[in-house]
Design a protein around this ligand. Structure first.
Ligand code: 5AD
Length: 360
């Protein structure tokens, strides 16, 4: 096992057979996590990046079998944030030290191309040193392009699974693997920094499929890779399926860190939901991003994509000081501006658009 881990550390790649062994074997987890942490520290130091998450709508036209905000779930109360409220969230976040805002929502066409464009322009003009990430699902090439030209910098769209048959088992026929992948390549082509990823332990997933996920990421080369355990939601067709394996998820974070040393890897809310120490352990296994919630408190509980999604104090942005302390106790520090970053990070994380420098 050690040999396999060392070889992944050296070459950033393994044979299919060795990947399968590594994904399934928990005998050398500590060694693997340590190696991943070494790689992360050599590139990013001890800095942890924060992104302020604004869950602006829980309406969704899609009906993914795993997701609690699927359109067929008639039991949840739906909400939408108006432009003014989204901007208020950004102001609040800016004061707290956030310099990246992630606008995340279900696929909700109430937010037209034009409306999102206006929101992007307004955020950019008010907070000129901030980056905007969008996470609102599949749209047309033209729409993605309009938003990029308006000032959006990044787009998060998990591929969910790189196996088209498996994709069909997780989504209704209206949604296709092909379209998802096309969207990802469109985003790349337009110039977005792209985030992708998948759930660990989603129903019908096999180790071979996880291997396909890793191989797909090698082709796509996204800047951010978000993974988290599948967590069942009681109002979905998958309510009887078991949750994903926490340790396997940590191993995959480490494997991804070793394969993609420069990638931004969040310690996801799903990981923190499934285990009390998930966030910290995720960071220790190679993750380097945390996305606290900036949404107004009264809406947080309504964005339940899986059961028991945490919206505790630390999860929320107001408790940044608690989060800072927690992160410091495990030897890291939260970075909210350019000043603290290592030179290497600056090179990797700065984008220049016109004559404007954006801290990514
Ligand atoms: N468990 C874990 N993750 C989920 N997601 C959606 N539903 C669930 C669930 N039940 C993830 C998907 C999606 C992201 C926003 O949340 O991967 O892309």
């Amino acid at each position: 096992m050690k040999k396999i881990i060392d070889s992944l550390f050296e070459d950033k790649d393994l044979s299919d057979k060795d990947f399968i062994v590594l994904i399934n074997n928990d005998s050398h987890d500590d060694y693997l996590f340590q190696k991943a942490d070494t790689v992360r520290q050599s590139i990013y130091g001890t800095g942890i990046y924060i992104r302020g998450l604004i869950e602006f709508s829980n309406y969704c036209k899609n009906n993914c079998y795993y997701c609690g905000i699927r359109s067929d779930n008639k039991t949840i109360e739906r909400y939408r944030l108006e432009k003014k409220h989204i901007l208020d969230c950004c102001s609040h976040g800016y004061e707290l030290g956030f310099r990246t805002f992630v606008l995340q929502g279900g696929e909700d066409y109430f937010y037209s191309e034009e409306l999102i464009k206006e929101i992007i322009i307004e955020i950019k003009s008010r907070f000129i040193d901030c980056a905007i990430s969008l996470s609102m699902g599949e749209r047309s090439f033209e729409t993605y392009n309009t938003w990029f030209q308006a000032g959006a910098n990044r787009y998060l769209l998990r591929h969910e699974t790189a196996n088209s048959e498996h994709y069909k088992m997780l989504h209704p026929a209206k949604m296709t693997y092909r379209n998802r992948i096309e969207c990802l390549y469109s985003l790349k082509k337009i110039g977005y920094q792209v985030g992708s990823g998948f759930m660990v332990g989603s129903p019908f997933q096999t180790t071979e499929i996880l291997l396909e996920d890793l191989r797909f990421l090698q082709l796509l080369q996204p800047e951010m890779i978000g993974i988290g355990p599948f967590i069942s939601h009681h109002q979905t067709p998958f309510h009887k399926f078991p949750n994903g394996d926490y340790r396997k998820c940590l191993r995959l974070i480490s494997i991804i860190r070793l394969m993609f040393p420069y990638s931004l890897i969040p310690a996801t809310t799903a990981l923190a939901t499934i285990n009390k120490e998930g966030r910290e352990k995720g960071l220790l296994a190679g993750a380097n991003v945390i996305m606290p919630n900036l949404s107004p408190k009264r809406y947080r509980k309504k964005y339940q994509i899986y059961d028991n999604k945490i919206c505790t104090e630390e999860e929320a942005a107001e408790s940044l000081s608690i989060l800072k302390k927690k992160v410091e106790t495990i030897g890291y520090s939260i970075v909210s501006d350019i000043g603290h970053a290592k030179k290497k990070v600056l090179e990797n994380d700065l984008a220049i658009k016109g004559n404007e420098i954006i801290n990514l």
